[in-house]
Design a protein around this ligand. Structure first.
Ligand SMILES: C[S@@+](CC[C@H](N)C(=O)[O-])C[C@H]1O[C@@H](n2cnc3c(N)ncnc32)[C@H](O)[C@@H]1O
Length: 264
């Protein structure tokens, strides 16, 4: 708890990250990841192995962009640094421990961005959604883009914020959480380099007998192509969120994401 308060005070974060609760969530994720290290490791190890395999298969390795880099626990950072000229980590929050660890790593740069592109618009600071990836899409040296357990996270903070701000929500288009998912998928498809997409897509709440109490579509109805592989990630084992309930997410991987056929 004390460590979380200290991090809250010490982490440099823009006003949008604070207003949309993403600073608090980034710190909570870091703590939860430490507490649940053992339960989460198979998921993390699988993410790292897949990303390393995809990277190794590429004919050219100039720049790699990691979207939703967070605490960089799902990313084989050493392998990426060894095989690419440049590594760009993009997230709305970069915690101080990570900044400290990466200080003096000449290949790595950190970009702080809202990857929905919509938060400044929702907050009324600008007139419309801003393209969050225009400069990186235009950069012809990006050979690999990894969207790393980010996609589902783009929707719910927006959903929560709209619920807390009903007057503003009434003046905005419908379906904004789903649109945030769809925008990110369409943003990814604009890159010329190879795209690897990893995301949790469904949450299941179970009791100790295994009975399912809730099943939540984390993609808000947005349709994705057939995944290459899939596994379960015990995000909150019994005792983490509730004593008698566990929350398990289904993770899907598209080793080479090439866009989606339907539009929202
Ligand atoms: C589950 S974590 C990703 C874990 C990370 N890939 C790792 O290797 O540890 C999701 C990340 O998405 C980031 N995120 C959520 N909403 C975002 C937004 N609108 N723009 C940019 N990053 C966002 C969070 O800050 C968090 O770091």
């Amino acid at each position: 708890m004390l460590a979380e308060l200290a991090l809250q005070a010490l982490t440099p974060a823009g006003p949008l990250a604070r207003r949309f609760g993403l600073l608090r969530e980034g710190i909570a994720l870091w703590s939860r990841g430490r507490r649940q290290r053992k339960a989460w490791e198979p998921h993390r190890a699988r993410c790292r192995a897949i990303i390393a395999e995809v990277a190794a298969s590429l004919p050219r390795r100039r720049k790699v962009v990691v979207l939703g880099s967070g605490p960089v626990r799902d990313i084989p950072l050493d392998a990426l640094c060894a095989s690419f000229d440049e590594v760009v980590l993009v997230d709305i929050v970069h915690l101080p421990l990570l900044r400290l660890k990466l200080w003096r790593q000449p290949k790595i740069s950190l970009l702080s961005r809202d990857l929905t592109g919509a938060m400044a618009w929702l907050a009324g600071d600008v007139e419309s959604r801003q393209d969050p990836l225009a400069d990186l899409v235009a950069d012809g040296s990006v050979d690999l883009v990894i969207s790393a357990n980010l996609l589902s996270q783009l929707a719910w903070p927006v959903a929560d914020w709209l619920e807390e701000n009903p007057a503003r929500a009434a003046a905005l288009p419908d379906n904004l959480p789903a649109r945030c998912i769809a925008w990110h998928l369409d943003d990814l498809a604009r890159f010329k380099g190879h795209i690897c997409l990893i995301s949790d897509v469904e949450m299941v709440e179970r009791d100790r007998s295994g009975a399912i109490h809730e099943r939540l579509d984390l993609m808000y109805g947005v349709k994705l192509p057939q995944e290459d592989e899939s596994w379960l990630w015990p995000v909150a084992p019994f005792g983490e969120a509730e004593r008698k309930r566990e929350y398990v997410h289904k993770v899907h991987v598209w080793r080479r994401y090439e866009g989606r056929s339907s539009t929202l």
